[in-house]
Write a protein that binds this ligand. Structure first.
Ligand code: ADP
Ligand code: MG
Length: 330
């Protein structure tokens, strides 16, 4: 019986960069929880705070910014934990696939060594078994002639291949939570589908929870159970994928859905919601989406609508959250 208790509870997470008059509020008051095996999609335009949210969960943002709120992982708050206490959790219990692959690979170790070291920590496999598993993992993520690449260093792989290596290493640790930051954006459609399948299969087999940051609502529809839509550093709508995509309440969500092209190949640039997000350094006092919204009223301009629960697990930050007609079919 799968436990449906939350293993991750993010509460009021805020991260800002800079000080004084130039404070940039990258993430504001983000809250959500995740159960074992749950796959949550985090979507929003570039700059909306998705990567900072993931890095803040893992305690990586506090090196550069001010972080507040709490991130409870199996009951312990990662935000107040020391670097030393976090170390065994990072990469093991919680693994992250970064948007930029070079940041997480060790340039001085061969790819085979990085994989087998991870396997040594996490499995009872023999040396030969670890080598076989490493080849299998590289093969799974679509690296041709995997056995012949074990002795290669990260710089000997192309950007797309490095991305796959990083995914293989993250998954080899059999983490309980995978933070995947646009893991397949740089890859071609076939490999993208293979890697998403692999992540989902491991999520099923190992009951691994996943936060999947993606630009592609089609990917969310196919892979995620729940979704949180971010705009200008805040969650503006969240709920089950079924409910959010069939009856979106926030006009930003509808805008994102309408910008998913229906009849063009995947990976065509998305997000052609008219207008642009406000500067985080100069946010309006009301709703950050007001200037782009066709339902805007004086109230929206005067005060920011809070994120309110409209049904269990279903939240929206809008003063006019009437159900909007569906324009996108999953
Ligand atoms: P995205 O949703 O595209 O992943 P990010 O989370 O990367 O957006 O960034 C959110 C905002 O925070 C952006 O305005 C970005 O420029 C800013 N930001 C991210 N990291 C830093 C940093 N280390 N220092 C200053 N600003 C940052
Ligand atoms: Mg990002």
């Amino acid at each position: 019986m799968i436990s449906r208790q939350p293993i991750l509870e993010v509460e009021g997470l805020s991260t800002s960069f800079g000080r004084g008059r130039h404070v940039l509020p990258a993430v504001r008051d983000v809250s959500f929880s995740l159960r074992q095996g749950e796959v949550l999609g985090l979507v929003g335009e570039s700059g909306s705070g998705k990567s900072v949210t993931l890095r803040s969960i893992l305690g990586l943002s506090r090196r550069y910014g001010q972080v507040s709120g709490s991130v409870r992982w199996k009951g312990r708050d990662l935000c107040t934990m020391s670097e030393r206490a976090l170390r065994p959790i990072r990469g093991n219990e919680i693994a992250m696939i970064f948007q930029e692959p070079m940041t997480s690979l060790n340039p001085l170790l061969t790819v085979g060594r990085q994989l087998t070291e991870t396997l040594e920590v996490h499995t009872d496999l023999t040396r030969a078994g670890r080598r076989a598993r490493a080849i299998e993992m590289l093969d799974h993520v679509g690296i041709p002639a995997a056995a012949s690449r074990l002795e290669d260093y990260p710089h000997q792989f192309s950007g797309g291949m490095r991305q796959r290596v990083m995914i293989a290493i993250a998954l080899a640790a059999e983490p309980q939570l995978l933070l995947a930051d646009e893991p397949t954006t740089a890859l071609d459609v076939t490999i993208q589908a293979q890697i998403l399948d692999l992540i989902l299969r491991l999520s099923d087999e190992m009951n691994m929870a996943v936060i999947l940051v993606t630009h592609d609502l089609g990917v969310v529809a196919q892979t995620c159970e729940s979704v949180a839509v971010m705009y200008a550093g805040r969650i503006v709508e969240q709920g089950s994928v079924r409910e959010v995509l069939s009856a979106p309440r926030h006009r930003y969500t509808t805008g994102l859905m309408q910008s998913v092209p229906q009849d063009v190949p995947p990976r065509t640039p998305l997000f052609s919601v008219p207008g642009a997000p406000p500067s985080l350094l100069n946010l309006p006092q009301g709703c950050a989406y007001a200037a782009r919204c066709d339902a805007v009223t004086d109230r929206c301009i005067g005060t920011r609508p809070p994120l309110e629960e409209i049904a269990p697990g279903r939240r929206v930050a809008c003063y006019h959250p009437e159900p909007l007609c569906q324009r996108y079919s999953a």
